[in-house]
Design a protein around this ligand. Structure first.
Ligand code: NAP
Length: 281
């Protein structure tokens, strides 16, 4: 049987009509949903990601407020800017583009974002709330993955889920989201021993390693659900080698067109939700 292609590109496009309606409803009620994007320095990849987010805002009718700071910005200067945006009632969501230049304490800056405006799901408080099942904005990439799994009716309870990667924005929140859905979760990282044997036992694999084609199809068990969160534009591939994936998987995310589009879509959705909370619509 052919595997299910978990088509994030289709799903993201399909939800846009609903998002546009919700933006219009907010505007009819006098609220102009607004996402502030903060870009520090001139890393070309970060610049491209911010541009993509701003373009999607424009398409949906969400206002985007672009804040660009020089690469020699200090932690203190960035915190002042974040505090200004926290206090600005016309701003509903704040995105601080990761990574920031190395002299900046990124965690401290993330944690200064008001949790009510943390639509990118990066604060420690938001992570804690999400983990404890308290209402919170999820980190956008893992939250987007959960939305894909839900859309395709993938039952997670009891699944043996293996997450490869433990970053604060991806592997860690992904693990907690799957745990909250009653999967049995194993988190792997660069010190994990015998990774391929652990992966072989997995019903669901999330590849979040940052290395092109790192996870091999031969490591996967028959009937696996493979979620590839990676994207490497130069190689046009993800973190898993999808060669022969159709022979092994029950379901998989293609690269490109799987996880990536749902990340930005989730950022937009959470910005709209933050604006709706201001408006009681
Ligand atoms: P990251 O911060 O670099 O984290 C990579 C993780 O992989 C770390 O936990 C690291 O372990 C682990 N790792 C590295 N080498 C390993 C190895 N040989 N064996 C097992 N684990 C290993 O990356 P990230 O930000 O989480 O991103 C991961 C991937 O997702 C990247 O491909 C990135 O492009 C992609 N991504 C996509 C989106 C999207 O919108 N689609 C958004 C964010 C990220 P240690 O903790 O031990 O170092």
């Amino acid at each position: 049987m052919k595997p299910i292609v978990l088509d994030g590109k289709f799903l993201a496009a399909d939800t846009e009509t609903n998002l546009i309606d919700r933006v219009q409803n907010l505007q009819n009620n006098g609220i102009n949903p607004c996402l502030a994007t903060i870009l520090v320095g001139n890393d070309p990849a970060s610049g491209t990601y911010v541009k993509m987010k701003q373009n999607t805002c424009k398409r949906l009718g969400i206002k985007s407020l672009a804040v660009e700071l020089p690469s020699n910005t200090s932690t203190e200067q960035l915190i002042i800017k974040i505090s200004e945006l926290n206090a600005d009632e016309s701003v509903h969501g704040i995105l601080l583009q990761h990574p920031v230049p190395e002299q900046i304490d990124e965690r401290q800056c993330f944690n200064h974002i008001d949790v009510a405006k943390d639509v990118d799901g990066v604060t420690t408080l938001g992570f804690g709330n999400m983990t404890m099942g308290v209402d919170a904005y999820g980190s956008c990439t893992p939250q987007g993955i959960m939305r894909i799994l839900e859309h395709y009716n993938i039952e997670l309870s009891g699944l043996n889920a293996v997450i490869i990667g433990r970053s604060p924005i991806l592997g860690k929140p992904m693990s907690m989201m799957l745990l909250n859905k009653n999967a049995t979760v194993t988190i792997c990282h660069s010190r994990t021993k015998d990774l391929s044997a652990i992966v072989k036992n997995a019903d669901l694999v999330v590849a979040a390693v940052g290395i092109p084609k790192f996870i091999k199809t031969s490591w996967l068990k028959n009937g696996v659900i493979l979620i590839d969160a990676g994207y490497h534009p130069k190689e046009n591939c993800g973190d898993a080698d999808l060669l022969d994936i159709e022979k092994v998987a029950y379901a998989y995310t293609p690269v490109p067109g799987g996880v990536g589009p749902m990340t930005i879509n989730t950022l937009m959705l959470q910005t709209i939700v933050a604006a709706e909370k201001n408006c009681n619509v």
